[in-house]
Design a protein. Structure first.
Length: 116
């Protein structure tokens, strides 16, 4: 059986989903005080994000991070909610999940170079 390399596109998509899940959990814990994980409202946002990632018009190898994407596949209301979540959770991610944060930054930088 052949193993996929650590930088495979499946790993990239899964890491992006994991990063979003942790960011929503940080936001939920800070705003909704849910100690047991993610509340129902934040869970709905998470499911929406996963659905959008799964239906991304870019193929997985060319997919940019969502914040730098030229396509806006989020509805305006969800985009505002995500902006609020990312502004709150983004700075806190380095404390709670430094590897995911650095991986996300690397993906963003690599994506900018690829689109130039």
């Amino acid at each position: 059986m052949i193993k996929k390399p650590a930088h495979s596109t499946d790993t990239h998509i899964e890491r992006e989903k994991l990063t979003i899940r942790h960011m929503i959990a940080i936001y939920c814990r800070g705003h909704h005080h849910s100690a047991s994980g993610i509340c129902g409202d934040c869970g709905a946002i998470l499911r929406y994000a996963y659905d959008r990632i799964d239906k991304c018009p870019y193929n997985a190898s060319a997919k940019p991070v969502c914040g730098l994407c030229r396509s806006n596949c989020f509805t305006p209301d969800m985009y505002r909610q995500f902006t609020q979540i990312m502004r709150y959770a983004g700075p806190r991610m380095m404390l709670y999940h430094p590897f995911l944060t650095m991986s996300h930054i690397w993906d963003a930088v690599r994506g900018k170079r690829g689109n130039s």
